[in-house]
Design a protein around this ligand. Structure first.
Ligand code: P6P
Length: 350
């Protein structure tokens, strides 16, 4: 297991140095691609497009405060430009980069009611939440972009269809997120484990800072919006009470941590261990989070890092989608914490 003592030196931004060279995202992807001789480079180019858009969004997010001073969202700023909501802007940036790159046949997005067709001759579909947690921008809390990539199932040359987009999470070819926080990181998987890259503004590139992320099997953090406690099904309420009980042997009470930004809550649990839950409630009987561009990508990343991802009744990656913006209940986290919650859920399932 990689420990801090065995990790090679890092530079100021936390980027790994291998024999005194920084490993950038592009270099890492190119080396990964060499493991697949048949690879055409199209997926690598989609990562190039996502990386470009992420750097642009990072710039926009970082100047959000200034924009607010110069003009609130929806008004015109000093240059007479209409100030757009940042999540709309982010959506446009990612779609523009993917359209210009030419390797994406369609995008589904939290910001788009329906499929956004791009190049009919391309073979990859991108599902994304361009700026998740955007309500946290005004309070300067971490927010993120979440993306999921599929290979189309209909022949190239025609416009992508709903059949191309509504694929279960176990068919993803890549999944990742960008967290715009104290530093900006891109974390992704293509099924070969999970690697994290930190934006080094000095060189304007993402570089390897967190190789082979493994989520601890146990954790001491539970992450849920307890404001909904009264609406949660009984097993969740019992589990949350369990998290609060005093029991030194099992390191309880756990710490409650909830930022209200999925990417931020997820990333913290990936690094430190923990469990994130967004259960079904009376007001949201299917839960709140979206299957295609929040739960599926984060579930694959969690499983690739050694964690578990469940709706409470089934593996999230096996859910057969029926709608583009379908919601599912979600439990994501350390293997042993999720299995404990599953014990509570199975007790009532009988
Ligand atoms: P609540 C942000 O709006 C979001 O989509 C996720 O990033 C976050 O985990 C969740 O909703 C927070 O929802 O109902 O707790 O505010």
């Amino acid at each position: 297991m990689t420990t801090a003592a065995t990790l090679p030196a890092r530079n100021f931004y936390g980027c790994m140095k291998q024999k005194q060279r920084v490993i950038t995202l592009s270099q890492f992807i190119a080396e990964e691609q060499q493991k697949f001789p048949g690879a055409s480079g199209e997926l690598s180019r989609i990562f190039r497009d996502i990386k470009l858009a992420a750097k642009i969004v990072n710039r926009d997010v970082n100047k959000a405060g200034l924009v607010d001073i110069l003009g609130n969202h929806g008004t015109t700023n000093i240059q007479g430009e209409t100030v757009k909501k940042l999540d709309v802007l982010a959506n446009e940036e990612f779609i523009a980069a993917l359209a210009a790159g030419g390797d994406c046949c369609a995008v589904i997005s939290e910001e788009e009611d329906y499929i956004r067709p791009l190049n009919p001759d391309a073979k990859y579909i991108v599902a994304m939440d361009p700026l998740d947690g955007s309500s946290n921008i005004d309070v300067n809390a971490a927010i993120g972009t979440i993306f999921s990539i599929y290979k189309r199932v209909t022949p190239v040359g025609s416009e992508a269809t709903l059949e191309d987009c509504l694929q279960p999470g176990n068919k993803q070819v890549a999944a990742g997120y960008v967290i715009y926080g104290s530093s900006t990181m891109l974390v992704y998987t293509t099924g070969q484990g999970v690697n994290g890259f930190t934006l080094d503004i000095g060189i304007g590139d993402f570089c390897l800072s967190h190789p082979n992320i493994q989520v601890p099997q146990n954790g001491k953090i539970y992450s849920v919006n307890e404001g909904n406690f009264a609406q949660f099904p009984l097993p969740y309420r019992e589990y949350i009470k369990y998290c609060k009980q005093v029991d030194k042997e099992s390191h309880r009470p756990y710490s409650a941590r909830y930022i209200g930004s999925m990417v931020a809550d997820f990333h913290r649990n990936m690094i430190k261990g923990g469990i994130f839950m967004y259960p079904e409630t009376e007001s949201a009987p299917k839960g709140k989070l979206r299957l295609m561009y929040e739960c599926n990508p984060m579930s694959w990343i969690m499983e690739q890092a050694g964690g578990t991802a469940s709706t409470g009744t089934e593996r999230i990656l096996d859910v057969i989608p029926t709608e583009l913006h379908q919601r599912v209940p979600v439990i994501l986290g350390s293997k042993n914490m999720v299995s404990k919650l599953m014990e509570f859920l199975q007790q009532t399932a009988g």
